[in-house]
Design a protein around this ligand. Structure first.
Ligand SMILES: [Zn+2]
Length: 266
């Protein structure tokens, strides 16, 4: 538990640093500035990976709940939010060649609420074979699943590991070694990972940062065919963060200001 608290504290600190940077105009100044004030690597406890890997990674295009036709009268309760600390990948155990992905997302939503008795769809995001990203569990004001403080809505996708995790489900069944998600689908998962992790200074290659459901719960999910490609997804995700933080001359005055912000939070 002490380790959990330590992680929460570090995530909060990075979140505060990030908000300070956004408030000070660092986004306009460039990613190089962000790197110059990135917090030092944590020692012991939870490894958040390369501390220089913090960058303003924009979200990928998201098919909103309104766009996939979510019946908002179905969900209930009030969403909970928590600082985001990892991404957990699933498969939906439905057809790989889905003729109508939006209809499948609606069906999963209905099953999670009516069948499982949950408040809303369990996943935070769903990805189809064409690489489209669908908004999952409702939270916040847009399709990002985040509240105003940048905390993520808590889903229901990995028992005991929902708080702080972003559950991303790929439409399909990948239990078979030879059946893997499409490149487009894997790229979409990498994009969600880069956005959620990179913006919080979490390296996708850090232990436990971007994992399969089976890595935390005794389950076959997300299937052998998907699980064996997650190393590649982590690399792609990391590459997207590094690209977003590519060298740029931030400008002296802003940089000084941001170093002060970093010191204040340090
Ligand atoms: Zn799963």
């Amino acid at each position: 538990m002490a380790q959990d608290q330590d992680l929460q504290r570090r995530l909060l600190r990075r979140q505060l640093l990030w908000q300070g940077l956004v408030g000070a105009g660092a986004l306009a100044a460039g990613p190089a500035v962000l790197r110059s004030v990135a917090p030092p690597a944590p020692r012991g406890g939870v490894d958040l990976g390369d501390p220089r890997l913090i960058a303003a990674v924009p979200p990928p295009p998201i098919v909103s709940r309104a766009q996939w036709g979510a019946n908002e009268g179905l969900r209930r309760g009030r969403p909970d939010f928590a600082p985001i600390n990892r991404v957990i990948v699933h498969h939906t155990v439905t057809a790989v060649d889905e003729p109508d992905p939006a209809a499948r997302v609606r069906a999963i939503y209905a099953f999670h609420v009516r069948g499982n008795g949950w408040d809303d769809i369990g996943y935070n995001f769903v990805v189809d074979q064409a690489g489209r990203v669908y908004e999952g569990r409702a939270g916040g004001s847009g399709p990002t699943g985040e509240d105003a403080a940048g905390r993520g809505v808590v889903g229901a996708h990995a028992g005991g590991h929902n708080t702080g995790s972003v559950g991303v489900a790929i439409l399909g069944t990948f239990s078979d070694d030879r059946t893997t998600p499409s490149d487009a689908a894997l790229e979409a998962v990498a994009a969600v990972g880069a956005w959620k992790l990179g913006t919080r200074g979490i390296d996708p290659l850090a232990p436990g940062a971007l994992i399969g459901h089976r890595d935390v719960v005794a389950t076959g999910c997300p299937g052998n065919g998907c699980q064996r490609r997650l190393a590649e997804v982590r690399e792609r995700s990391r590459g997207r963060i590094a690209a977003a933080g590519s060298p740029d001359d931030g400008g002296g005055l802003v940089e000084e200001l941001l170093e002060t912000v970093g010191d204040l939070l340090g």
